[in-house]
Design a protein around this ligand. Structure first.
Ligand SMILES: Nc1ncnc2c1ncn2[C@@H]1O[C@H](COP(=O)(O)OP(=O)(O)OP(=O)(O)O)[C@@H](O)[C@H]1O
Length: 258
């Protein structure tokens, strides 16, 4: 049985159909990439699977029960979510933001314990932001802020991470570091679902890809089966060449013409 399942999920916003019968099954330790052009529905699906948007048909199953049956605090102990863009109307030191990841673990009306502080420090270490711990978040670059929010979800210690374009603000070095970190987490049994725009990184790191077009799943499976020139043309409307690259032991996509 899958840990998180989207079963024939359909979702409308106002009168507009955004997702139509989209399905995926995420198991322990899997890294699943959601790919597809702008506006194809990746963020909406991610928010529905994180219980942040109501769906209208189909269902999301979390560890065998429909997600709507869990109180939010219980969901926060199982799923953590990082949105695509983060805007902050408040200014806190990085350490405090990361510590907020412990919220669901701290007793109501209680304070963080030494253990919570230690977990937050370890999360900052894993994401290479120890040196930013005392900086105020409004002084950070977009990429640094992205890493802070990844540290926050690591501190949340959930076994499902849902990440909306986790590498979008990162330089090429930090993109690799981020996906290597995510891959390492999957080896510890954590399940990760991530929306990704970079098809080459998606092919290299994900166990499974789900390709969306206009709110529907066009293809799903391992990167080799999903990233074909035909699928890429049907979804992104570009001609491409897809080749196995022995240097990185993964498929790589070269866009030829649009
Ligand atoms: N609040 C909203 N009201 C109306 N339409 C919306 C709303 N949010 C999203 N949409 C529409 O839903 C569709 C899917 O958007 P979504 O953000 O999920 O796509 P995406 O694949 O994540 O795009 P991108 O790659 O550009 O981030 C788009 O057509 C968008 O205009």
């Amino acid at each position: 049985m899958g840990k998180l399942i989207s079963d024939q999920l359909s979702l409308q916003i106002g009168q507009k159909n955004i997702l139509h019968k989209v399905s995926l099954t995420a198991h322990d330790g899997e890294l699943i990439g959601l790919i597809g052009p702008n506006g194809s529905g990746k963020s909406t699906w991610i928010r529905a699977m994180s219980s942040l948007l109501p769906y209208h048909d189909g269902k999301v199953m979390l560890k065998g029960k429909e997600i709507t049956s869990f109180p939010p605090r219980d969901i926060a102990k199982m799923i953590s979510y990082v949105p695509q863009s983060i805007s902050l109307n408040f200014d806190f030191p990085v350490r405090d933001i990361v510590l907020m990841g412990r919220h669901a673990h701290v007793p109501r009306f209680g304070l963080e314990s030494d253990k919570d502080y230690k977990i937050a420090e370890a999360a900052m270490h894993k994401t290479n932001i120890d040196h930013l711990a005392n900086c105020y978040v409004n002084q950070l670059s977009g990429g640094q802020l992205q890493l802070v929010f990844i540290a926050k979800v690591l501190a949340q210690e959930t076994d499902i991470l849902i990440l909306d374009e986790p590498t979008s603000s990162l330089d090429i070095n930090r993109q690799l570091q981020m996906l290597e970190l995510v891959k390492q987490l999957t080896k510890e049994g954590i399940t990760v679902i991530a929306a990704l725009h970079d098809l080459n990184l998606a092919a290299r790191f994900c166990d499974k890809l789900v390709l969306l077009k206009n709110g529907e799943v066009l293809a799903t499976g391992n990167p080799e089966n999903v990233l074909t020139a035909d699928h890429i043309y049907k979804s992104y409307n570009v001609q491409s060449a897809v080749r196995y690259d022995p240097l990185i032991e993964a498929y790589s996509v070269t866009v030829l013409t649009h």
